[in-house]
Ligand binder design. Sequence first.
Ligand SMILES: [Zn+2]
Length: 297
Amino acid sequence: MRDFIKKYYYLFHKPEFPVNIKMKLGYVFHTEEIFDQKIFQELIRFCKEYISITGKKCISVTMTPPNQRVEMGMKIFGCSNGEYVNRMQELAHYAHIGFHGHFWHDPQKFEDASYDIKKHNTQYQFEILYRQFESQINWFKENNIPTNATYSGGWWFINRDIIELLLKHGIQYDYSMSMSPNLWNPYSIDLVQRNNIRFGESFYTRIEQKKLLHIQNLHCGAEGMVFPEDATRFLNRLIDPEFINLSGVLNSHDYCLDFDNTIKWIRYLILKKQVQFLDHQELIATNISNAKVIELL
Ligand SMILES: [Zn+2]
């Protein structure tokens, strides 16, 4: 629908969430370009505004300097590692920090988008992925920035290899899994369908004694979203009327943050009686004891 038609359409048709559902929502930022002072400041401005509306911190999963794309950005914008650390520390005042990994089939070819390992990729060389994962996540320890045991994957790329690596590094909470058609991948959708996981249902995967709690990514795309009603219609198509206690995160990226439309969406959602905003700790607390456990063989 064109915007001017939508404007009138939504005057008379106000999409609402099903009356009986309860949605506990967090907000996650895939944070990729804080080497750019302008993007960094805009993200901080958003986090502060988000806190003032919801009373909660959003979640900022962040790429790290060993990633070739970040390394190049830091050179271009003259951002040293020390400055990057300072920005992460400042961000941590206003957001819950975590790790955001992006990987390439050949990291030297990171400028060529066809080398990105994206959510649907099942064919890649594990050794090459492994080296990138290790150097990116180890940066946290080397610079005394906590990962807070929190992860969300670049391109929502998640599979058994990644889960194993996350568990190896003590990550306990993941925001990469999704049942949204824009965000799922062959691994995640197969996993949730085989185990009867519903939209907005958190679950653990377990390998031997270690467990990873997955809180679903419900929707990405506030940038350029003029009408928050669009997202309500989108979510209503995915909500299972039999599963009424949903929780999960909404998702944006720092580099394409549309401040006004995203804040408009938050203000719209907070007025819904079905919606409650939670921070990371509260999302964990609400799911930790009752989430289903899926054994990964
Ligand atoms: Zn990303």
